[in-house]
Design a protein. Structure first.
Length: 114
């Protein structure tokens, strides 16, 4: 599999919902749900901002902010276990991820937040 690594992804909150800023997809397709929205909400409270940018990679930096480990995958997306100091345990990420990371990698490292 080929992955795009060291990618910076912007997320924003609109009308109390979280969205990824991924070109060529509708707002509905970019909506973050099933734990991903909760994770972004926690990060946004930490940053005190309605916009979050995550530096994502399939390789960790020395001290990643969070590690997402894939535990299930189906035709619609993948569920990841979240390892971080935040309260979110699981997130589901849809297939829009294929346009961002090339596939649903086994691990996604959130190496930094801003």
């Amino acid at each position: 599999m080929i992955y795009t690594i060291k990618m910076r992804q912007r997320f924003f909150k609109l009308n109390s919902r979280w969205y990824a800023d991924v070109p060529n997809h509708t707002l509905e397709e970019n909506e973050m749900v099933c734990g991903a929205d909760t994770l972004l909400e926690e990060i946004s409270r930490f940053l005190n901002s309605p916009e979050v940018t995550l530096d994502l990679d399939i390789e960790p930096c020395d001290f990643p902010f969070a590690i997402l480990t894939q535990i299930e995958h189906d035709s619609c997306g993948a569920t990841y276990k979240v390892e971080s100091s935040l309260d979110t345990d699981l997130v589901w990420i849809c297939n829009v991820t294929h346009d961002v990371l090339g596939e649903h990698p086994d691990k996604i490292y959130i190496n930094s937040i801003s």
